[in-house]
Design a protein around this ligand. Structure first.
Ligand code: ADP
Ligand code: ADP
Ligand code: ZN
Length: 205
């Protein structure tokens, strides 16, 4: 099962990805998570990526494509994978088509006005990456691993604005790209988390 999760920042990709990866036994590959791990460990990749991420800009295509190409060559991708947050530009999608046969692209559709609220209210576990939202999370520790729950630097209002702008200009055209190739299914991301998951599972049957 070669799956891609498409959607604006805050659409719920990470939230759904964890559940999809578990149910279908495929590795969850999040380019954002890979960057954050490298930033934490202060690797050369992390230092380079941080300058773009902090401004709400995309990391250059060549850099991201190399990372994904390498990751998809690992043994655990033999029977499929779930890409979360990649591709984000037409150039990345074209590069991906040269590396692998894309199966289904799941587009999680959420009204743009809703995204600001989701992103500025998002809190994440600094250790395992689990996503929470201030509307339903009141503690300070991750319920999965006990790690510290924090706000991502790029979830501050100013950065969110540029990320949403970047989404509209550079990522949204991928909806049509995959629609034309008959690979796109769209789910209503305005529903509750379990409802979105149920709709995704129904589409994958
Ligand atoms: P993405 O990976 O697409 O950026 P996340 O999965 O991190 O998005 O979700 C962004 C925020 O919205 C998080 O705070 C998450 O808890 C919340 N969220 C995700 N899905 C839903 C949903 N269906 N309804 C309400 N809030 C949601
Ligand atoms: P979100 O789902 O909230 O948009 P991610 O965790 O997927 O955030 O990504 C965080 C940041 O990492 C992005 O704003 C971007 O700067 C960078 N990034 C992640 N994936 C890609 C990609 N495929 N191409 C370029 N930059 C990326
Ligand atoms: Zn955790």
């Amino acid at each position: 099962m070669n799956l891609i999760l498409l959607g604006a920042p805050g659409a719920g990709k990470g939230t759904q990805a964890v559940q999809i990866a578990e149910k279908y036994s495929v590795p969850h590959i999040s380019t954002g998570d890979i960057f954050r791990k490298n930033i934490k460990e202060q690797t050369p990749l992390g230092i380079k990526a941080k300058s773009y991420i902090d401004r709400g800009q995309l990391v250059p295509d060549e850099v991201v494509v190399e990372i994904v190409k390498d990751r998809l060559s690992w043994e655990d991708c033999k029977n499929g994978y779930l890409l979360d947050g990649f591709p984000r530009t037409i150039a990345q999608a074209e590069a991906l088509d040269k590396i692998t046969e894309v199966g289904t692209v799941i587009n999680i559709a959420v009204d743009l006005q809703k995204l600001m609220q989701r992103l500025t209210g998002r809190r994440v576990c600094a250790d395992c990456g689990e996503s929470y939202h201030i509307s339903s999370f009141f503690g300070s520790k991750c319920s999965k691993c006990g790690g510290k729950v924090i706000q991502r630097d790029d979830d501050k209002e100013e950065t969110v604005k540029s990320r949403l702008d970047v989404y509209v200009k550079q990522t949204a055209p991928l909806i049509e790209y995959y629609e034309k190739r008959g690979k796109l299914v769209s789910v209503d991301g305005m529903q509750s988390i379990p409802e979105v998951f149920a709709q995704i599972c129904a589409e994958l049957k």
